[in-house]
Design a protein around this ligand. Sequence first.
Ligand SMILES: [Fe+2]
Length: 291
Amino acid sequence: MESARDGGMIKPIALSATHMECRDLHESMAVLTDLLAFEKVAEKPGEAILKHPNTHWLLVVHEAGPDAPTKQMHNHWGVRVATTEEVDRAYEYLNAHKAEYKLGAIGRPLWNHGSYSCYFVEPGTNGWEIESYEAVNRKESAKAKAGGVRGPHWTSHFPEERFPGRGYVPQGFTHGTLVARDMNVNRKFYTEVLGLEVHQANDHVIYVKHPNTKTYIVCAERKEFKVFSPNFRNTLTVESNETVKEAYRLFSEEGDSLGVTELFPINENGSSNSFFFRDPGTNCWEITSHP
Ligand SMILES: [Fe+2]
């Protein structure tokens, strides 16, 4: 594990949210709530904030209309069920409701680095994964490895009564994804600049997380990938508006040498300040003082 939290230039208090772009908010929300157990926290025209009741990470969904670019499966998000059997049942349930929810491809469940997962495409073209780490979690020692991301992310079981009739129960919202051209460059940026924790998952993959939570972002090295609008980003919350401004000053003055590949204007309107930037792998991030 590598953590440069004390030495990290930005000192985020949370990896608070992740943002997904969709084509039709209504269609994508139906999938997220009915098939993945998210609940709506807030909604305004063209945007909704969702949360799985058993985990902290917010999912902000932005509607970009029918011409929003097609996403790729290596950018995806994942929820976790407790058992491998539930992944198989999820696969059956998704197939049975494919037309109703306008789902794209639904992949047969497969084993992948210790998880057993079913991947599918929601109507906004985003990939989603329903994963189980039941097999890994049979070994007590495995739960604590890699920052504990493969162990339970919740303190109490999400009961089937809250998500009945599907044959599977998403227990929590666990992960998102990032891409890197050069893993070592991204790793250094996440620890030394963003003050996050990095764990090696395998030769080509790292897990990036905030030290206080198990939510993780899987960063994989890719030769080719698309760059999307800031509608696809992850949010770090810092302590105050002043902290946002300090971070902005730092990135304005030293961003190039730190690995910031694009810096967007700061937003100082309203009660919280925020700005977007891209990391060395072109992934978009937001730093905000919003809780
Ligand atoms: Fe995944």
